[in-house]
Design a protein around this ligand. Sequence first.
Ligand code: FAD
Length: 487
Amino acid sequence: MPSPVIVWFRNDLRLADNPAVAEAARLGAPVAALYVLDDESEGVRPLGGASRWWLHHALAALEADLARHGVILQVARGAAREVLAGAVEALAPAAVLWNRRYDAAGIAVDTAVKADIRARGIRADSYNASLLYEPWQVKSRTGDPLKVFSPFWRAAQVLGEPPAPLPAPDRFAGGGSKPAIPGALSLDALQLLPRQPDWAGGLRAAWTPGESGARERLDRFLQDGLAHYADGRDRPDRDYTSRLSPWLRFGEIGPRQVWHAAGAARLSGASAASARDLDKFRAELGWREFSYHLLHQRPDMARVNIQRKFDAFPWRGDETALQAWQRGQTGYPIVDAGMRQLWTTGWMHNRVRMIAASFLIKHLLVDWRLGEDWFWGTLVDADPASNAASWQWVAGSGADAAPYFRIFNPILQGEKFDPAGDYVRAFVPELRGVPADIIHQPWSATAQRLSAAGVVLGRTYPRPIIDHDVARKRALEALDALKPNDI
Ligand SMILES: Cc1cc2nc3c(=O)[nH]c(=O)nc-3n(C[C@H](O)[C@H](O)[C@H](O)COP(=O)(O)OP(=O)(O)OC[C@H]3O[C@@H](n4cnc5c(N)ncnc54)[C@H](O)[C@@H]3O)c2cc1C
């Protein structure tokens, strides 16, 4: 039997537009497909519970897709460098191929693995599957990395259209052969799913992880959402955004596929989207790219303020306030709806992520890192680049941050982006009977109107945890003390 090729899957759990998979198929050798759950290597940030749930199902889908081609997905647990060393020792492969990742711990492991394998005279190659452009490819005119989104996105576009996606291979050689990797386990043995209690019912109802689930979701978005994107993407009460973020995070679909499918849908008339809708949507993929560009510059971005003057910020270690926020019990309906959407479905609409994050940081003066951590544990799309970059952006501590004095008013934001209150009603059942004109500030209504809606403030739904005007003043004072012009 010819030597096999090891394909090491990571954040690229798909067969289409997967350069490592395409190269393995081209080589015509039997394929040993491997996934390593690595919570052990130095600096690795273990995945949160919601991500683990997603990962289990994404791996199950990949396992089934590969099996149709006669390839067996083998999963293992442990420090990736050791697992790969064992696999290479046992299989004496012709090559080991993978697609790149960009977090610091991942880069360190991959660099070591590549050196180990090459030292044995075996081919080890990596590719780009998860970004439109490599983080180091996008540069200012003077050749420097960029810190602000608009110039970044202009510079990225100068590089031209992202490459067209690769098709999924038709066949792999050596179908049915099983180059066994030492220490391989069953997927269930990774214990990625929650048990006792099984809290994943809401996630199961909301999502279909896997490559075909991603494709279906993309098709639906191109048909129904894209044409409303430019004007409707800020409306959490509508289904106008793609919701592709978890599939993009785990790589069951890649951004090149999404980019080109959106362009083709507009050209062919399959979507009634305008050029503005398309540009706006692609620019959001651009924010994902920008987050990775920042992570490349600042590998410690999830823990360390990009603007170091924020190190002196007087955060309040208010555990009660943090818990009220986490549980969706702040008394501000739009914030609570968002936090409960997150808890039940593992996802939150972007506009509401901004409102909820701003509320934690600026109204409650809780350190943004605690919010980032909560999102890391509860989001199915929890991403090392986008989560950290977005939290720093909202905090004002980031590279291209929202101005520090921008303090979202959760009442006005709710009234503007959820005007009929449908989003709030969907996730805050206590407020289901409350009419639109008072749903974003139930405390301002007469006792009579509230009681007609079945609400008793402080009993069936909390009173605001803090008054908006008081919180705003307190936040501005704290932020002023940082000397904003002294960056
Ligand atoms: C506090 C906070 C935390 C966030 N944490 C994450 C996270 O962990 N993972 C994550 O993928 N996104 C994160 N985002 C960005 C954004 O909210 C989500 O990407 C978006 O809501 C996903 O929904 P969608 O797929 O319908 O997006 P669409 O509007 O359909 O956009 C398409 C894709 O572009 C990317 N994208 C869109 N907006 C952004 C953005 N602002 N920054 C980076 N990428 C973007 C996503 O991959 C998304 O799937 C965060 C935003 C905030 C304010």
